[in-house]
Design a protein around this ligand. Structure first.
Ligand SMILES: NC(=O)NCCC[C@H](N)C(=O)O
Length: 412
């Protein structure tokens, strides 16, 4: 059965891809936190327990949970594919490979596939490899960085490296060097995993496109409308590129709504400040609006004649949503109820980062009790999950999940 279908943010979730955090989060140190985009070091047994709780919450609702590392191991079924993967990984890890590529290649290929994938994710310490003869100045004067290959602690945010849109994939060039290798996994899974490789799955944008785009900014509002944040992580160029590609293909997307949000760490992606939770209800962090309640929004549509795209400006989010979704009314639910302190605190803790598993049914962090209560008062079913350690990576349930299949919205 064709493995990808996402034509909304809210259709009943059928299949999702997660990554259970592993040793890579234990390889964070105070010195590497900011480079590796964490605010603190999670305690591994506790973050795994919380992640398992999240995965079980989804399973209990009948959702099929796939794990990225398992898919990857199943994709690298022969020696040639393993070697191709290691070659590509090492060539893309130039800044991280703080030593000899050849030595690392031999080291990684000495393991079985499962262990190799786990080593790549958790990072390779210099002390794990045999000491090599130091001949070159850069080796003799080596810095004190402990890793040959840096860990990939952000991998449990499976939302960002790739996103399913309709029956295709946005395979993303990620903005931060610490995360760039992550989308390589999905490239190999699409090319080689039997669940995907037998189909010709369209790529709406590819990871070799030079300007960044990340899945946390890509929100499928309907089969015809895609919203994309222009943010700290996603460039206006990539938004236009994916729009043009969608318009000239067999995709059903007719409008791409580019929403500009402040470029700062707390608001790194659109889904940290805005998510869809029902046909006509959304969470929003009020601080993305200016003092008049406006923001910078552009609608991209297929151009006339030879123009690949036409662009028109809007400034009101609620009005734009009503227009593109053809709804008479919509409800924007403010994170933290709009209270100055509660909304800043709960947005920081991903209170706006809800994962809808069906129309009006969302998974959220239990710590964001103000936002959760307000959603309930608006008729939303809120399923809470644990978050003390998961939150330290600055992402919530939407960031931690990559939907592969949802029911068609009309069926719900
Ligand atoms: N969609 C999201 O907002 N994902 C959260 C990503 C957090 C990760 N530490 C990062 O900075 O990329």
């Amino acid at each position: 059965m064709y493995p990808i279908h996402v034509d909304s943010e809210i259709g009943r979730l059928q299949t999702v891809m997660l990554h259970r955090p592993g040793k890579e989060v234990e390889n964070l140190t105070p010195d590497s936190l900011s480079k590796l985009l964490f605010d603190d070091i999670p305690y591994l047994p506790a973050i795994q327990k919380e992640h398992d709780y999240f995965a079980n919450t989804l399973r209990n609702r009948g959702i099929e949970v796939l794990y990225l590392d398992t898919l990857m191991v199943e994709s690298l079924s022969d020696k040639e594919k393993r070697e191709t993967f290691v070659d590509q990984l090492l060539s893309e890890s130039k800044q991280m490979v703080n030593g000899s590529s050849q030595l690392l290649k031999e080291y990684l290929l000495s393991f079985d596939t499962k262990q190799m994938v786990s080593e790549v994710i958790s990072g390779v310490l210099k002390k794990d490899l045999p000491e090599q003869a130091k001949k070159h100045l850069y080796e003799i004067m080596a810095d004190h960085h402990p890793f040959y290959l840096d860990p990939m602690p952000n991998l449990y945010f499976t939302r960002d490296p790739a996103a399913a849109i309709g029956n295709g994939i946005s395979l993303n060039k990620m903005r931060e060097p610490a995360r760039r290798r992550e989308s390589l996994f999905m490239q190999f899974i699409l090319n080689y995993h039997p669940r995907f490789s037998q189909y010709s799955i369209p790529l709406w944008i590819n990871r070799d496109y030079p300007f960044p785009i990340e899945g946390g900014d890509e929100l499928v509002l309907s089969d015809k409308v895609l919203a994309i944040g222009v943010s700290e992580r996603t460039s206006a160029r990539a938004v236009e590129k994916i729009a043009v590609n969608l318009f000239k293909s067999n995709s059903t997307i007719e409008k791409v709504v580019a929403v500009e949000i402040p470029k700062c760490r707390a608001f790194m992606h659109l889904d940290t400040v805005f998510t869809m939770i029902d046909h006509d209800q959304f969470t929003i962090h009020p601080e993305i609006l200016d003092k008049d309640g406006n923001m910078n929004i552009f609608i991209l549509e297929k151009g006339e004649d030879d123009e690949p795209v036409s662009i028109t400006r809007r400034d009101n989010l609620a009005d734009t949503l009503k227009e593109v979704l053809e709804l008479p009314e919509i409800n924007l639910i403010p994170c933290g109820g709009g209270d100055e302190i509660a909304s800043a605190r709960e947005q920081w803790n991903d209170g706006s980062n809800t994962l809808a598993i069906a129309p009006g049914v969302v998974v959220t962090y239990e710590r964001n009790y103000v936002s959760n209560q307000i959603m309930r008062e608006n008729g939303i079913e809120v399923i809470e999950v644990l978050s003390s350690e998961l939150v330290r990576g600055r992402g919530g349930p939407r960031c931690m999940s990559m939907p592969l299949k949802r029911d068609l919205i009309s069926k719900n």
